[in-house]
Design a protein around this ligand. Structure first.
Ligand code: NAD
Ligand code: MG
Length: 392
């Protein structure tokens, strides 16, 4: 039995992960589940999966969960805070860790899993955006295994040779093509974008996801973060990663080889496919996802991304080309801006403005240490919060 920790189990990816795990009780055992504040959600998952540990990042919520579990249900040890998250990410009885906390908050627990040499199923792209160099170095140093969960990166992984070692040229890879749906505002008149609501931004045409990544998809910052993620995961330069808008979200990404071959991975847009792929790898296990009906799909469309409509994508290329602390700054600004938009404090188009102004305001330095990057994250949040207050 393979012991599994699911970090961020109450979220969109967490729930899909438990769905897949629940289909293979003879193969996987849920050892630990974690959430931020959703006491009821984690309580229900404890009743269903009877993990040994449940962690609430919020200490007050941990107390509530403990009280709920006391009278009824299985014996679950309840832990709290960042220490609790890091602890269950590194347990000896755990072999696989699903890293599905949203935002930079997921970095340290994912890193704890890496440092403990686990197979890390990485959904938390922000961890790589903030600290890619240190994260990948730790993977190599501790013999950890990273399996990408982001559907595009999982698709690329599936299209690369099995012995791929992080050097595109060595394997005859010319380009990585990341597909993007274009989100809900691909055709919205530009002058209307300033007035779109959080509900409209979160109504993604093809995927059901958490609110933060839904807004990132609407601004295409998500694709920008994914370009950074792809560079770290696959050892690619930014100019080797091309974004292709593909509104049907049927092709999840492609790899182009020097002989002109283009390999793609296709499937219904359901995150249980990449999750099952990463859990089963190198075998294949059932995910509960239906096969793709090509007759129903009928056609596939492609277009280049419109950088005027999606300035956040251009900002991400700017940040990765600047390198060093720039992606961490941009990511932190974006987390603040998206939260402010979701709370109704700034308009949709102000997200890109806050991001750009934060990037302009802070000097970019070479990345020297994890502590420095976390400090940049903190400073960028402060700057972005001021910008939000000024624009609100
Ligand atoms: P979500 O908001 O639905 O869930 C986030 C989870 O993290 C929840 O369990 C929440 O309790 C927990 N969490 C939030 N803040 C926390 C904190 N400060 N400390 C500890 N735990 C915290 O998000 P999601 O859509 O499941 O996305 C999770 C990650 O996966 C993100 O990095 C996202 O970019 C990535 N991802 C998601 C999808 C998708 O389809 N949802 C696809 C690709 C990648
Ligand atoms: Mg993705």
């Amino acid at each position: 039995m393979i012991g599994v920790t699911v970090l961020g189990s109450t979220g969109s990816i967490g729930v899909s992960t438990l769905d897949v795990l629940g289909r293979h009780p003879e193969q996987f055992r849920v050892v630990a589940l974690t959430a931020n504040r959703d006491v009821q959600g984690l309580f229900r998952q404890c009743l269903e999966f009877a993990p040994e540990y449940a962690v609430m990042a919020d200490p007050l919520a941990a107390g509530e969960l403990e009280a709920l579990l006391k009278g009824q249900g299985p014996r679950v040890e309840v832990l709290a805070g960042a220490e609790g998250l890091n602890y269950v990410a590194a347990l000896p009885e755990v072999r696989y860790v699903m890293a599905a906390i949203v935002g930079a908050a997921g970095l340290l627990p994912a890193l704890a899993a890496v440092r403990a040499g686990k197979r890390v199923l990485l959904a938390n792209k922000e961890a790589l955006v903030v600290a890619g160099a240190f994260f990948m170095e730790a993977v190599a140093d501790h013999g950890a295994e990273i399996l990408p969960i982001d559907s595009e990166h999982n698709a690329v992984f599936q299209c690369l040779p099995r012995d791929y070692q992080g050097d595109p040229a060595h394997h005859g890879v010319r380009r990585i093509l990341l597909t993007a749906s274009g989100g809900p505002f691909r055709r919205t008149p530009l002058e209307e974008l300033a007035r779109v609501t959080p509900a409209q931004a979160c109504a993604h045409p093809n995927w059901e996801m958490g609110r933060k990544i839904s807004v990132d998809s609407a601004t295409m910052m998500n694709k920008g973060l994914e370009v950074v993620e792809a560079c770290w995961l696959f050892g690619a330069r930014p100019d080797q990663v091309q974004v292709v808008v593909h509104p049907q979200s049927v092709i999840h990404s492609l790899v182009e080889y020097v002989d002109g071959s283009l390999l793609a991975q296709l499937g219904n847009p359901d995150m249980r496919t990449p999750i099952a792929h990463a859990l089963g790898w190198p075998e294949r296990i059932a995910s509960g996802v239906e096969g793709l009906d090509l007759f129903q799909v009928a056609r596939l469309d492609f277009e280049p991304p419109d950088l005027e409509r999606f300035p956040c994508l251009a900002l991400a290329y700017r940040a990765i080309e600047a390198g060093g602390t720039a992606p961490a700054i941009l990511n932190a600004a974006n987390e603040v801006a998206v939260e402010a938009f979701l709370a109704g404090r700034i308009g949709f188009t102000a997200i890109a403005q806050v991001n750009a102004a934060t990037l302009d305001a802070l000097p970019v330095q070479p990345a020297e240490s994890l502590e420095q990057l976390l400090e940049c994250d903190r400073q960028a949040r402060e700057v972005a919060l001021h910008l939000v207050a000024d624009s609100g």
